[in-house]
Design a protein around this ligand. Structure first.
Ligand SMILES: [Zn+2]
Length: 328
């Protein structure tokens, strides 16, 4: 079933091409042969960007009408059950293919791109979006896709448009503003050193964020899972905490950026008429690049609105402090 969908296999032992080289080749090829992708990328030519200066930080709004499907998507359990899973191999468009990664994931081009190079990295099986099962894969992917790409993850209740099918995404390194912020000396607040992992928070950032840095993949994986255990589970469930994660790799070290969340969509998303703001924050948005599929939102969203949305969907600072405190 999967064979016709394999454009290339990433060879771990003797890679003839690096994973970023294969990804670029996949994207170039798919733009030639898959009309939906060609259209998706041409629509990127007409996107607009606007900087909004908030207290202590800036964000960018991206007017991107092509994202209406994802931003407006119904992600409740019933809607998900009733739709055909668009990440299952047998449901992929005929023209779509991908790179087989460690026999477990298929790296695919995202037909509704936010970035000049935007990939969805989908599990080969229909297994639920659950981070703890794939923590090491997440870190390996970030290393294998470096230095060109950053990998990110949206929790099943926090922006994943296929909460029933495990997937990551990848974007060009450095294009999500928090990546730069996490390097700024003035923001980096060292909290703790746990088993070879440095734990930091970022000052003056308007939403809670925890940064983990380490050169040791196993230890980083364990400390990250311990931290997730220490954060409150999604309301009324035993699931993983609501969260968005980004990971990059450079200078022999990983950097994981974690946004613990209390809420996926802000109240304004559910309002009627002019009061409705179609912003559905996932990793990219909470990271500082806010996608607005509607032009009216792009034109009117201001610093106060952004600050309010970030506060509303982020967890309290005290909860973050308590979770970090628990780590030993
Ligand atoms: Zn599926």
């Amino acid at each position: 079933m999967i064979d016709p969908k394999i454009f290339a296999v990433f060879d771990l032992k003797s890679p003839k091409s690096s994973l970023p080289e294969l990804a670029v080749r996949l994207l170039d090829g798919q733009k030639e042969t898959w009309p939906q992708l060609t259209a998706g990328y041409s629509s990127l030519d007409s996107i607009r960007l606007r900087e909004v200066r908030c207290g202590g930080y800036s964000v960018w709004l991206q007017f991107n009408p092509g994202r209406i499907v994802s931003t407006g998507a119904k992600v409740d359990a019933q809607s998900i059950r009733e739709r055909r899973c668009f990440l299952c191999v047998q449901n992929l468009p005929a023209a779509q293919n991908g790179i087989l990664y460690r026999d477990e994931f298929l790296i695919l081009c995202n037909p509704a791109p936010i970035f000049r190079e935007h990939f969805t990295i989908s599990h080969v099986d229909h297994v639920p979006q659950l981070f703890s099962n794939s923590v090491v894969r997440f870190l390996e992917l970030a290393r294998d896709l470096s230095p060109r790409y950053t990998v990110f993850y949206n929790g099943p209740r926090c922006g994943a448009s296929a909460p029933d099918h495990m997937h990551f995404q990848a974007s060009p390194s450095g294009t999500i503003p928090v990546e730069e912020a996490a390097r700024e000396k003035s923001r980096r607040m060292r909290r703790k050193h746990v088993r070879g992992v440095e734990i930091l928070t970022l000052a003056d950032f308007g939403r809670e964020v925890i940064v983990l840095e380490s050169q040791q993949i196993e230890r980083l994986g364990h400390v990250l899972l311990d931290l997730l255990e220490a954060l409150p589970a999604a309301t009324g469930t035993k699931e993983e905490p609501m969260m968005n994660l980004l990971c990059s790799y450079g200078d022999s070290a990983w950097r994981v950026i974690l946004f613990p969340r209390s809420k996926h969509r802000p109240d304004a998303y559910f309002k009627e008429g002019d009061e409705r703001i179609l912003i559905s924050p996932a990793a990219v948005d909470i990271g500082g690049l806010i996608v607005t599929p509607l032009e009216k939102d792009f034109n009117t969203v201001d610093a106060r609105t952004v600050e309010g949305i970030f506060r509303e969907v982020s967890i309290p600072q005290a909860t973050v402090e308590a979770a970090i405190e628990e780590l030993s």
